[in-house]
Each structure stands twice: as structure tokens, then as C-alpha cells.
Design a protein around this ligand. Sequence first.
Ligand code: FES
Length: 169
Amino acid sequence: MPFEFSKEMEARFAKVLEKYPAEHKKAALIPALYLVQEQHGYLTIDGMKYIAGRLDISASEVLNTATFYTLLRKEPHGRFHLQVCTNVSCFLRGSDDLIRMIRDKCGIGPGEMSDDRRFSCEEVQCLAACGTAPVVQVNWDYHEKLTTESFSTLLEELQSREISAPEGA
Ligand code: FES
């Protein structure tokens, strides 16, 4: 089924468009792609074509932008995407324990997604918060100075949180 915005996303898209003059609506490209990602979980070719149509730009222009920004996902992720920094500062302060905990509690390792699509995990290189290592980014939120206790509490909270899966996850 071809992608289209849900009612809620359509309303949010309209708000995004309000910020730009009609003749420059292509300036809304990145926020529009984030809305697709939020609704669908990641960017599909259909979703990118849809945005190209809505902003009157070419599909290749959308694809170029989507490819350039690593925060725009081109593959399915879990509802909670756990990005664990394993660079030096975080490694020295126990990032490997955090990865181990994700394996134990969520049953996945880096590059994997849980069967219920609640969690996915990725190892990343420096989240630019070395002074508060170890750091895990969950979707858009940073969790810093983590200990095994605080990370365990965080994972339990995410496990129990009521969610609706993204439609394309
Ligand atoms: S090394 Fe982890 S945030 Fe920089």
C-alpha cells in the first residue's frame, strides 16, 4: 500500500509547512522526512516519493538528502533504538557491560532488532558526550553517566512502556 500521512501526521506536516513561504516549501524536506520516519519507523522508497510529491521536488533530490543524513533511517528499527557508544571514554567506563545487559534483557546484540520490534541496538562511535560516559542514545534522548543499575532501570521502564509499533517496523 503506498505511503501517506496519517491524520495526525498530516496535521503536523501542515504545521511544518506553515513555517516556510509557499515558494520555498522544499525547505521543509528534512522535517517532513522525520515525520515519515516517525509514522513508518524508517524511510521507504514509497515514503520518499510521497514527500517528493508533496513538496514538488524530484524523488532523487529526496533520496540524496535521506542518504546524506544518517539520522534518517533507511532500514527498520525497533520502537526504541538503543545506540550504545563504544568509543574510548565509554568503553573505559563500561559500555561493554551495557551491551551485555541489552543482550540479557532484550535478547539482541548490535545490528539486531527484537522479535516484538520494541528494541533495536546499534554500536556507535562517540556521541560527543565523552565527559558523561558511558552514554546510550534512545531514539532522540541521551542517557548519560549510566551504571548497570541505572541502565537496568531504564530498560525495564522501556520494556513496560505502552507503545504502538511504527507501521513499517
Ligand atoms: S566516547 Fe562515548 S560519547 Fe564520546
